[in-house]
Design a protein around this ligand. Structure first.
Ligand SMILES: [Zn+2]
Length: 252
């Protein structure tokens, strides 16, 4: 048998899904080529429409979504219909975490808060992929830990900090995950996010606007002074950012 030169297997991440869509989701983009080739054919590129419910509380979780652009919000829903945001997921993450460990229900509602797109994966396909793709499995479990940490901090934030600090914290977290200084936003939706009355949100947004930190118009908010906005936010923003940074440095 003649010896032939070995074929070099490229290890850099795939940055396109073959249909011309750029892969911006950090989990998918970080996979080695070998795993990308397994994973990508099993994904469906789907649009995320503003205020679309990706998962309803209590309903069966059938699919997972690798967020490629836009922003998803995790809401804790009460029996009287009230809700409050307990997590934010952008292109760093994944919606459908119960599937990672074979669960198919969740008490939280996941809503699209910033329009974008995602890669949808059927729950059963995901289970098989995780068995075959150790890096995918590791990345998904890491993200589950990141979201749990974020949610714990937001739980403390919702109890301890006033609406103006929380609004600044929320804008900063959303901005980071959307990768944009302009966020689509209505007062009604924001009052659901922060679990507070619309009038309180209006006052808080007005205060931040008067101080020149943001501009706030019907349906959107724009960050004008990032440094000052960080100063106006409670410590929760920095705590979450620092922990994510520390974990990033700990990765091997
Ligand atoms: Zn806080």
């Amino acid at each position: 048998m003649s010896t032939r030169p070995s074929i070099r297997v490229p290890t850099r991440p795939t940055n396109s899904d073959g249909d011309g869509n750029a892969i911006a989701n950090k989990i998918l983009a970080s996979l080695p080529t070998k795993e990308s080739k397994e994973v990508l054919p099993r994904l469906e590129f789907v649009r995320l429409v503003l205020h679309q419910v990706i998962h309803e509380a209590g309903e069966k979780v059938k699919s997972g979504f690798f967020i490629n652009s836009g922003l998803a919000s995790v809401l804790a829903v009460q029996p009287d219909g009230k809700s409050v945001e307990v997590g934010l997921i952008g292109s760093e993450g994944f919606v459908g975490l119960p599937l990672l460990v074979g669960y198919h229900t969740s008490p939280t509602r996941i809503v699209v808060q910033g329009e974008g797109a995602a890669y949808r994966c059927d729950g059963e396909a995901l289970r098989l992929l995780m068995e075959r793709c150790p890096e995918l499995e590791r990345q998904l479990h890491r993200f589950a830990q990141q979201l749990a940490m974020q949610s714990m901090q937001i739980a403390a934030c919702n109890r301890l900090h006033d609406v103006e600090e929380r609004l600044a914290r929320w804008i900063l977290m959303s901005r980071d995950r959307m990768g944009s200084d302009t966020l689509p936003l209505t007062q009604e939706f924001l009052s659901n996010m922060l679990g507070t009355r619309r009038s309180s949100v209006t006052v808080a947004a007005g205060t931040l606007q008067k101080a020149g930190l943001i501009s706030y118009t019907r349906g959107s908010v724009r960050v004008l002074d990032l440094q000052k906005l960080e100063g106006a936010a409670c410590a929760c923003y920095g705590i979450v950012q620092r922990q994510l940074k520390d974990w990033e440095a700990e990765k091997n």
